[in-house]
Write a protein that binds this ligand. Structure first.
Ligand code: NAX
Length: 326
């Protein structure tokens, strides 16, 4: 058995956390030989609800769950944190302007980034799920100058998994036969899910599909709009699938992955994405580190779409810099 890892979850009373915490406690994220200490961070109004979630976690009698702490203080929540899952965020409410949303989240992610900088473990891995995820991660990173930039990531694995699911449906091939899917850019409707490098049972996906209109019209918009379609059908936003993707993200980052995955990470200037921007790339994961897949050929079709999503991220960054959060 490994030594326990402190896992901090913000927004612990919310619906994504409810889909995530029990699987973390069961070992699905860090492996079945790594005990976890859970730290649940919530706002004061939701602490009572977090206590209820903790009661249910107790009732799972999970052998790997060493402890559960509940707090509304970020310094306590991130103390010694090895994995920080930043799920809690301010949702957009009726009548709220974009600037108000950025300001409300700017304050939260400044506070959390500052606390991570001060008290988290030296090798902390941060995953931002709360929207606008890329820009929230950028704010947290900017407020944690002593933590390597590579430790701040945002979730686009759900978009990646959605792309695999659509390709699987279209080809009839099981998800396990699909490889080298990529999601570029922002976790927003401008994201670009890319199948030009993808394979189905080792063959180029686009040869297997052999339907250009599906790629250009159906596939991309279905993946981009999937969150909206789930809300329309279920009456609330994706929760279990987002939780599953967050677990996949940390699992693969920590333990490695056989195939590419997509992660929003701090750009090193690869593929023309401005240095320092948190943008989604295809990456490989090995032994606790990830590497942006190098030297991919990017055709005009992809270039236009990557650039459009990156432009949106540049605008979001400018807005939060203007507001003084980075
Ligand atoms: P919920 O509203 O169910 O839960 C959010 C929780 O965060 C609430 O319990 C709230 O009290 C808490 N919270 C708010 N401010 C906090 C703070 N400063 N510190 C600690 N906790 C705080 O939302 P849920 O459905 O769980 O979604 C959470 C976030 O994930 C949202 O921002 C949502 O937009 C985002 N999503 C991101 C996805 C992605 O792929 N990156 C997909 C799913 C989801 O839409």
């Amino acid at each position: 058995t490994n030594s326990p890892v402190t896992v901090t979850v913000t927004g612990a009373s919310g619906q994504i956390s409810y889909g995530m915490l029990f699987r973390i406690a069961a070992g699905a994220m860090l492996g079945h030989d790594t005990p976890v200490r859970l730290r649940l961070l919530e706002i004061p109004a939701a602490i009572r609800s977090a206590e209820g979630v903790a009661m249910e976690l107790d009732d799972g009698a999970y052998p790997l769950l060493s402890s559960i702490d509940i707090t509304d203080d970020p310094r306590t929540a991130f103390d010694g944190s090895g994995v920080a899952l930043l799920v809690g965020a301010r949702p957009r409410t009726k009548g709220m302007e974009r600037a108000d949303l950025l300001a409300a989240n700017g304050a939260i992610f400044t506070e959390h980034g500052t606390a991570i900088n001060a008290v988290a473990a030296a090798d902390v891995k941060v995953l931002v799920v709360g929207n606008p995820a890329n820009t929230n991660a950028f704010i947290a990173m900017s407020n944690a100058p002593d933590v390597p930039r590579s430790r701040f990531t945002a979730l686009t694995r759900l978009d990646h998994n959605r792309a695999i699911a659509q390709l699987s449906r279209k080809t009839g091939a099981p998800a396990a036969d699909i490889a080298k899917v990529a999601v570029w850019g922002n976790h927003s409707a401008t994201q670009y899910p890319d199948l030009f490098h993808a394979t189905v049972a080792g063959r180029p996906a686009l040869d297997v599909v052999n339907d250009e209109a599906w790629l250009t019209d159906d596939f991309i918009s279905t993946v981009q709009q999937r969150g909206t379609a789930i809300i329309a059908a279920r009456g609330s936003s994706s929760a279990a699938s987002a939780a599953s993707a967050a677990i996949d993200h940390i699992h693969d980052w920590t333990l490695g992955a056989p195939d590419w995955v997509s992660m929003a990470v701090c750009s090193d200037g690869s593929y023309g994405v401005p240095d320092g921007l948190i943008s989604s790339f295809p990456v490989t994961c090995e032994a606790g580190d990830y590497t942006i897949v190098p030297d991919l050929e990017i055709g005009d079709f992809s270039r236009t779409r990557i650039d459009a999503s990156v432009r949106e991220l540049v605008d979001e960054r400018a807005a939060v810099v203007e507001l003084g959060f980075a």
